[in-house]
Design a protein around this ligand. Structure first.
Ligand code: ADP
Length: 237
């Protein structure tokens, strides 16, 4: 359902300095996969994640998401696809400090007029183990609790895809393990979960690892010829 072909993204610095953050990346991810994008710092992981998440547009190549040529969409339509299909989790949590946990979780619904979440912010906070903390502001929560609020926020729109960029990067071991357990559970429910990490132990929790170096995909433990990829997971080795 995620099909990137020959995608590239070049940043321009000043007049004659170009950074090839992602070069000719071709990547297919089936519905329900649990995948890690790994590589050294500066290798292009976040750039690739931002492209997959429709937060950024490539300079070349094609991207079909659930069969839709998303690069042909205007910005408003692209934002709509993003808010309907994708939930985001970031290393720095990106919660708004003045809002309570419940208000933070509800925030994405500002952009989804007419959509009724299948589960309320309070239910989702209960699900991530924070049922009693709905009225707390981020400053009154630990890092692990803030990241769990961010996961509840990612789920409010009931997305089929969850993208997590270094979700445990700012957490101690036990809090990071809780966050990974939650992401694994979301995958068991059938959601596609993609995480970016430079930590091999985190990557080992997933079912497929894509390695990127200097903007190129150099290894993919789950790469299957397109013809073999007929029925999602069953076609995987
Ligand atoms: P990673 O997530 O693996 O650390 P990034 O995708 O953040 O790597 O960055 C890949 C390369 O692109 C790096 O050289 C980085 O400095 C550069 N880069 C990333 N974002 C920008 C930007 N907005 N403007 C200019 N260069 C950028």
């Amino acid at each position: 359902m995620i099909e990137l072909k020959d995608v590239r993204r070049t940043y321009r610095r000043g007049t004659d300095n170009e950074v090839h953050a992602v070069r000719q990346a071709t990547l297919s991810i089936a519905e329900g996969e649990f995948l890690a994008i790994v590589g050294p710092s500066g290798s292009g992981k976040s750039t690739l994640m931002n492209l997959v998440g429709c937060l950024d547009r490539p300079d070349g190549g094609t991207y079909r998401l659930a069969g839709v040529d998303v690069l042909a969409l205007d910005d408003a339509a692209l934002s709509r696809v993003r808010s309907e299909r994708i939930g985001f989790v970031f290393q720095q949590f990106h919660l708004l400090p003045a809002l309570t946990a419940v208000e933070n979780v509800e925030l994405p619904m500002l952009y989804r007029r007419g959509f009724t979440p299948p589960r309320s912010a309070r239910e989702l906070l209960g699900r991530v183990g924070l049922g009693e903390r709905g009225h707390h502001r981020p400053g009154e929560l630990s890092g692990g609790q803030q990241q769990r609020v961010a996961i509840a926020r990612a789920l409010i729109g009931d997305p089929r895809i969850v993208l997590a960029d270094e979700p445990t990067g700012n957490l101690d071991g036990p809090s990071g393990a809780e966050v990974l357990d939650l992401l694994a559970e979301l995958n068991r429910e059938g959601r596609t979960v993609i995480l970016v990490t430079h930590n091999p132990e985190v990557a080992a929790r997933t079912k497929r690892t894509v390695r990127i170096e200097d903007g190129r995909i150099v290894a993919d433990s789950g790469a299957v010829p397109a013809t073999a990829r007929v029925s999602g997971e069953e076609a995987l080795p």
